[in-house]
Design a protein around this ligand. Structure first.
Ligand code: SAH
Length: 248
């Protein structure tokens, strides 16, 4: 088989954060596959077919990518941020594992990107400078009880925490519950960062004590980072800097 599937991360939004390796893969692609808003970030050109699909069809989209590669295409699958973080790389491997044996002969690579968590942390300072964990707050693909268990245990272990998909319009109650669990488990005024549309012209950063956080501060374009008990705030004339010391 001569075709390839390259699964790439486009970073958090700013074109300067797309790696040169990812740019090269896109320049050589015959087909680009992905969720509509991510495919929209790829410039159309002669010889390139764009295949944009709706959310929640990750496995179908992956199968389509593998089929086109099996037919000889140089297929690039796009995700935002990093493709291995709550994104397409796992979906492609699920489709590969369940699919025809012949697909395993394809050239399949994952090219990393700057994930939202790291772009958000950098924009605010260094809140993830010591031990941290990350949790996807969407209960699309796992039960809410599991999310709540992980939240509690991470708070108990005193990790800083980074939350993806914090609050969807269709199920806003999950993030209300998240804040309740954190207040119970952390029991103090530790800082929480709401970083919206990081690296784009719409970027907004808000740092508040957990006690003052409200559910409306988050939406699906927001990354939420909760400090550990050691996380600190430095006030400067240019705004707040949030950081966790190296020795916590
Ligand atoms: N693979 C992506 C994450 C996909 S999940 C990555 O590595 O970044 C989508 C979630 O990522 C969003 O709900 C939001 O929580 C976060 N996100 C993506 N881009 C963002 C940005 N520019 N600013 C803030 N959060 C972002």
């Amino acid at each position: 088989m001569t075709g390839s599937v390259t699964i790439v991360g486009l970073g958090p939004g700013n074109e300067a954060m797309v790696t040169p390796e990812v740019r090269d893969a896109l320049a050589q692609a015959t087909d680009v596959v992905g969720y509509i808003p991510y495919v929209a970030r790829v410039a159309p050109r002669e010889g390139l077919t764009l295949h944009a699909s709706d959310n929640r069809v990750e496995i179908d989209r992956s199968r389509h990518a593998l089929e086109m590669a099996a037919a000889g295409g140089r297929v690039v699958v796009v995700s935002s941020g990093d493709p291995g973080v709550f994104a397409m790389a796992s979906a492609v491997f699920e489709a590969l594992e369940a699919g025809p044996r012949g697909w395993r002969g394809l050239d399949i690579r994952v090219l990393p990107g700057i994930t939202a968590m790291l772009a958000a942390a950098a924009a605010a300072g260094a809140p993830l400078g010591h031990d941290f964990c990350t949790i996807n707050l969407s209960d699309n693909l796992k039960p809410w009880a599991l999310i709540e268990k992980r939240l509690r245990l991470a708070a108990e272990a005193d990790f800083a925490m980074a939350f993806y998909n914090p609050r969807s319009a269709s199920r806003p109650e999950g993030f209300v519950r998240t804040l309740e669990v954190l207040r119970e488990a952390c029991g103090d005024a530790r800082p929480i960062l709401f970083a919206r549309a990081v690296s784009t012209p719409d970027q907004v950063l808000k740092i508040v004590p957990l006690t003052e956080a409200t559910p409306e501060m988050a939406d699906m374009r927001t990354m939420v980072i909760v400090g550990s008990s050691a996380t600190r705030i430095i006030e400067t004339p240019r705004g707040l800097i949030l950081y966790t010391p190296r020795s916590a």
